[in-house]
Design a protein around this ligand. Structure first.
Ligand code: SAH
Ligand code: SF4
Ligand code: F3S
Length: 460
């Protein structure tokens, strides 16, 4: 673990003050998962500490920082599109600094493409170099030529300033990296080996978050169940949950992501006994076919997954589940896909995140023959979406008439004057109420249901 020193922020602040006539503004956009959003919050915090202001308008920014995601080709394409669109802006304002960080930059081929096709990019650095931002910006300002900084393994750096994006829900990273090497996945290559944060650091950050008035904390890690590996103090994820659960107040604790191979009955028992943990588990299954799970290197079976779900349902009354599914993994047959549909029916997830397989160079699955046509994969995806949409509608309709506890997050989407919040099962609820309820727990009686949300009125 490394503790950050303040001097680099002071040095950068002095340099920026000398360089810019007025306060420079930074635009930061994070693509990808919550882990990236959380990194983005630390980048924003660092920029503020250096003396930048933050802006949502890239046209007025002096620094545009894109925090990228490489998980699927579509994610990368969005970044390339964004970069392409910045060419005109850079031509108008050559002093604009364009920086690229996050998972894509960890890929050698990406740096090459940036050099070749986007020579107006000023700064490229990887996921393990977030704490280097002040030095890298200074280097770019003094060198007058693009800076490419590659670091090997990510490590945990404590003490970075954080500028969180919301005021009700907070992300709390408990580890970096991933050791699982699912055969389709680029993340272990972009984020390196697993490193856990010390429990004291996690606890201190949770205390800060709660003291600042947040009502929900989501612990983040690519596989939170393997938390604690390599730490001096013997502690596992259940142990961490127990410590966090002892923090006082009215708040919810969530975590993602749980890998089914490491999610134990002991952890389920801990959740059942906790005061703050929301009764909802995101447990990505990826496929309902044992043959595919083996090819994906997932190390569990459909039977063990279902046994875990059944155990959780017996132990935690009312618990709900969400999941991730990959459609069209190389070699997925109609029978394999039918098995996925039947698993989805059997579990009855209250939310499902579905992805068509995307080949990632450098992963083992990229070398597998993949004879299924994309049109067939899209058709399977549609069948999966239809199946899930019927399940979602059924589960939501069953809530009508119930009074549910809801954490109010902000304005609603459906009508002016409505608010939206979520239940502990992560289901969206819309209702009418004053803005003073934002950040509060309320009771809402459900009157109507759609696929994506429940609608109700405040219970008195
Ligand atoms: N560590 C988490 C999240 C990983 S990325 C986990 O293990 O669940 C989030 C999701 O993206 C994965 O669960 C998987 O469903 C999907 N995904 C990852 N790589 C993919 C690929 N190459 N093609 C399609 N989907 C992918
Ligand atoms: Fe990727 Fe698997 Fe690690 Fe999740 S557990 S990040 S899917 S390798
Ligand atoms: Fe994307 Fe990196 Fe997250 S590849 S999904 S931003 S860990």
């Amino acid at each position: 673990m490394k503790i950050l020193e303040n001097t680099q922020f002071e040095l950068a602040a002095a340099m920026l003050q000398a360089h810019y006539e007025s306060q420079p503004l930074a635009f930061v956009h994070s693509y990808g998962c919550q882990q990236n959003v959380s990194d983005g919050e630390r980048l924003r915090g660092s920029l503020l500490r250096m003396g930048f202001g933050l802006t949502d308008d890239q046209n007025e920014a002096d620094l545009i920082l894109l925090n990228t995601c490489a998980v699927r080709e579509t994610a990368e394409d969005r970044v390339w599109g964004h970069l392409g669109a910045l060419k005109g802006l850079k031509r108008q304002r050559p002093e604009l600094m364009i920086a690229l960080c996050g998972c894509m930059t960890q890929r050698e081929e990406v740096s090459e493409r940036v050099r070749r096709s986007f020579p107006y990019v000023d700064l490229v650095f990887g996921t393990g170099a977030i704490h280097m931002l002040p030095q890298l910006i200074c280097q770019r300002l003094s060198d007058k030529k693009p800076v490419f900084y590659s670091s090997d393994q990510p490590r945990v750096v404590e003490g970075l300033p954080i500028e969180r994006e919301g005021s009700v829900k907070a992300w709390l990273p408990i580890m970096q990296g991933c050791d699982n090497f699912c055969s389709y996945c680029i993340v272990p290559y972009t984020r390196g080996r697993e490193v856990s944060r010390a429990p004291e650091a996690v606890l201190a950050e949770a205390q800060e978050i709660l003291a600042a008035g947040y009502r929900e904390i989501t612990l983040l890690g690519q596989n939170v169940n393997s938390y604690g590996k390599g730490l001096l103090e013997p502690i596992d994820f259940g142990g961490l949950i127990k410590r966090l659960d002892s923090l006082p107040g009215d708040w919810w604790l969530r975590f993602m992501t749980s890998h089914p191979k490491d999610c134990t009955e002991a952890l389920i028992d801990t959740i059942a006994r906790s005061r703050h943990v929301a009764r909802h588990i995101h447990l990505p299954v990826q496929s309902g076919s044992n043959r595919m799970l083996k090819a994906m290197n997932r190390h569990y079976t459909v039977e063990s997954y279902l046994a875990l779900i059944d155990y959780a349902r017996r132990t935690i009354p009312g618990v709900t589940f969400s999941s991730d599914i990959i459609v069209g993994f190389p070699g997925e047959s109609e029978e394999d896909f039918a098995a996925t549909l039947s698993l989805v029916e059997r579990v009855g997830f209250n939310a499902l995140f579905t992805f068509i397989y995307s080949k990632r160079n450098g992963t083992p699955a990229a070398d597998l023959p993949d004879p299924i046509a994309y049109s067939e994969k899209s058709a399977r995806m549609q069948r999966l979406l239809d199946t899930q949409s019927a399940i979602g509608a059924r589960l939501n309709a069953a809530q009508i008439g119930k009074t549910l506890r809801v954490l109010t997050e902000g304005p609603g989407r459906s009508e002016d004057g409505t608010l939206m919040g979520r239940t502990e099962h992560n289901t969206i609820v819309e209702f009418t109420g004053g803005a003073d309820l934002i950040g509060q727990f309320v009771e809402v009686t459900i009157e109507r249901a759609q696929n994506w949300a429940l609608f109700g009125r405040l219970a008195i």
